[in-house]
Design a protein around this ligand. Structure first.
Ligand code: ADQ
Length: 707
């Protein structure tokens, strides 16, 4: 981040590390110098808070779970309190230095609560969050203690960005499974404030490395010394923090295996393993260190000769000049992460190979693999095949090596950290300007006088009405919602006005709608959210898509049946083009929880098909994507050319498709509480019926108001 900060300006607010109880003048002097020269400002965390926050919740709870190592998870409620407190202290620091129009960019898993804390204090601030590590699969994420708070904390942001699309998808799956929140591919709709989601792989600042490579005397000397020492031998290089996610023991075992399957490589290859000490206060890391020490001893003890040490192990931090000399020296870089957000070492190595003279062996579980396809990819858990791939890398001919490395080099140089930073900040600004649009279009209260005036003036009108929850209240069983005579009269009055086309558009089946509303003259009916339509003149229902398939039902039905078995009070409704699981009568919390699980399961199963699982009011419905009220509206508009007055009303998520497709001057009305894209909102079905009665009475056709 430092090159990006010095180039673009901005302040860095961070934790400078534990003061170790000796808050000396020297430390203060260093901190003041940082503030002055680099605009880096330290948030001081009390010792106990720091320990519970950093070594506790962040690195013993979040880190293992986010890297799919659930078995390494340790949780202490006190650590959680420290995590909350550390985030709060950061919040204070940010609020204190915030000026209007600043962009706030929060980094990484240590500060997942910060976006929402900031949102509560700085309502209009632009807040972005970048996750440097992977986001775990939705099977693993729910094991995390305090998972709801973490997701809600993140949703305080305007933009949440991830290293890869896969991580972004897993975040969406977690929102659905844990909070029951449906999202679009790139957006979470939170009422009036959308949260944008994006995949933005981080890059490096290549000149930080190439400048040393080309003109640093220490680097040149170091390189010359080593090149002399290793002449006649191929050098493999691995650079990692000594973390269990980086796959160091796995690499060492694969390295030993290499000599078993290719003994001719003995004395001709050296592996230099740099392992930077990290988080040493945590037991798991100490155990890892012991294991690695043992493996190093074993390999050198069993394979080494007086002339050859097969493994050079360096367990300390080294200067960048040395690191660059090593990158230049290495014939092959070996990145074997078991899981990694990105992995910058892979990119740094490539940046130091402008002449194409090197091979990158890269774990497919590092985020970098998603954009570095010319590397030789490995599954680091498969030691035998990894050894074979390393052998292939060592033997690769000049032409293939140059071809692969040159392509990688171009990409690493082009997609550098500046491009990444610029991309993030531009997306954040975009997200904020979109938020403005949403705020401007917050639904207004519907004023009867205004709508009446517009209605009276129009010569051609289209009225599109949902039924359940919009014209009548919900009942426990769908069949109990028989329309009262008052509703039938109201629909008949509106439909009989020659200036009107009235459509009832519902999730119900055509058979059901036909039985209840078939006798209302001139009423258009649209069933199953737009799968089938019956226009006023037609005697039959016509499907919206003539070749609609239903052969998927036998494979989805057993899954729904399984959920019925697990949920007393729930049942399945079979429609012509859809299957619906109803759980209105089930225990509310249990029902919601199972509904989340069902949708997550179906999403994965239906991903490649035209079917989707949708959550509705106490239902989960499986239906084709094209069967939605927005498509149905387009179809209706073909029958009513250029209407001067469009009225669309509904209460549920499925009605949002209708509101989205309606022209901007339409009277879109959401019934009841909750977020919506509609322009107007009324409190309940009775108010909506009141409005419709007013319109019916206005239209010239005689109509007596009953409500
Ligand atoms: P890390 O887990 O720290 O970062 P990585 O991306 O490899 O992993 O970055 C390590 C950095 O430390 C590299 O820049 C490397 O040059 C430097 N380094 C390594 N050994 C060093 C040594 N001995 N001396 C000095 N410097 C050394 C987290 C995520 C990653 C993600 C990054 C950035 O875990 O997946 O790529 O953030 O988003």
């Amino acid at each position: 981040m430092n090159p990006l900060l010095s180039k673009t300006g901005g302040e860095w607010i961070g934790w400078a590390g534990d003061s170790g109880g000796e808050d000396s003048q020297t430390r203060q002097a260093i901190l003041s110098a940082w503030a002055k020269s680099d605009h880096c400002f330290a948030v001081d965390l009390p010792k106990e808070v720091a320990a519970g926050f950093y070594e506790g919740y962040a690195n013993q709870t979040l880190w293992p779970v986010f890297h799919n190592f659930a078995s390494h998870l340790k949780f202490d409620p006190k650590h959680w309190e420290s995590y909350v407190e550390a985030n709060r202290l950061f919040c204070e620091a940010v609020v204190n230095s915030y000026r209007p129009n600043d962009l706030i960019w929060v980094h990484d898993y240590h500060l997942m609560l910060l976006p929402q804390m900031l949102r509560e204090r700085l309502r209009d601030a632009a807040i972005g969050f970048f996750l440097h590590i992977p986001f775990p699969s939705s099977e693993i994420f729910p094991v995390l203690p305090r998972r709801e708070e973490l997701l809600e904390g993140l949703l305080g942001s305007d933009l949440i960005a991830f290293q890869t699309h896969a991580h972004l998808q897993q975040f969406r799956a977690a929102l659905l499974r844990v909070l029951g929140m449906e999202t679009r591919i790139a957006e979470v709709a939170l009422g009036s404030r959308p949260v944008h989601l994006e995949a933005l792989p981080i890059g490096i600042a290549p000149e930080e490395y190439t400048s040393l490579l080309n003109s640093d005397a220490t680097t040149a000397k170091q390189y010359a010394d080593w090149a002399r020492r290793y002449r006649g031998r191929k050098v493999l290089l691995a650079v990692d923090r000594l973390d269990y996610t980086k796959g160091v023991p796995e690499r060492l075992r694969a390295y030993a295996h290499l000599f078993r399957c290719a003994p001719e490589l003995r004395e001709r290859v050296v592996l230099i393993q740099i392992a930077v000490p990290t988080r040493e206060g945590i037991d798991t890391y100490q155990e890892l260190r012991t294991e690695v020490n043992r493996l190093v001893g074993e390999i050198n003890g069993q394979l080494g000769t007086p002339e050859w040490i097969p493994l050079v192990y360096i367990n300390r931090s080294i200067e960048r000049s040395e690191l660059v000399a090593l990158y230049k020296l290495a014939d092959v870089a070996w990145v074997g992460s078991l899981r990694d957000g990105m992995n910058l070492v892979a990119k740094e190595y490539v940046a130091c190979k402008p002449d194409g003279n090197g091979v990158l062996v890269l774990s497919e579980f590092a985020g970098a693999a998603a954009e570095m396809g010319e590397a030789l990819l490995i599954n680091p858990y498969d030691e035998e095949r990894t050894a074979a791939t390393v052998n292939r890398a060592l033997a690769m001919d000049d032409q293939e090596r140059t071809l692969r490395m040159t392509a990688l080099h171009h990409r690493v140089v082009r997609n550098d950290v500046f491009r990444w930073g610029k991309g993030f900040l531009a997306s954040l600004e975009d997200a904020v300007s979109n938020r403005g649009r949403y705020i401007d279009t917050q639904p207004k209260k519907l004023r009867p006088a205004e709508i009446r005036k517009a209605y009276r003036r129009a010569a051609r009108r289209l009225l599109v009405l949902d039924y359940d929850g919009t014209l009548v209240p919900f009942t426990k069983r769908p069949q109990q919602a028989v329309p009262p005579q008052a509703v039938l009269d109201l629909l008949a009055a509106l439909a009989s006005d020659p200036k009107n086309r009235v459509a009832l558009i519902s999730g119900r089946s055509s058979e059901n709608l036909g039985r209840w509303f078939g006798k209302v003259p001139k009423l258009f009916l649209v069933a199953e959210h737009g799968s089938e339509i019956k226009t006023q003149s037609a005697s039959r229902w016509e499907p919206l898509r003539p070749q609609a398939q239903t052969d998927w039902k036998p494979s989805v039905m057993p899954i729904l049946e399984h959920f019925v078995d697990r949920t007393p009070g729930s049942f399945i409704e079979e429609k012509k083009y859809a299957l619906v699981w109803h759980y209105r009568m089930a225990d509310p919390e249990f029902g919601e929880w199972l509904a989340n699980e069902l949708v997550s399961m179906l999403e994965a199963m239906l991903a490649e098909t035209e079917l989707r699982a949708f959550r509705g009011e106490k239902i989960v419905e499986v239906k084709p994507v094209w069967a939605n009220k927005g498509e149905a509206l387009e179809r209706l508009l073909r029958d009513v050319p250029a209407p001067e007055f469009i009225f669309a009303a509904g209460d549920a998520r499925t009605d949002e498709d209708l509101f989205e497709r309606a022209p901007s001057d339409a009277w879109t009305v959401h019934v009841g509480p909750g977020p919506t894209r509609a322009s107007y909102v009324v409190t309940d079905f009775q108010v909506l019926r009141g409005v419709l009665e007013l319109l019916a009475a206005t239209g010239g056709v005689r109509y007596d108001m009953t409500v």
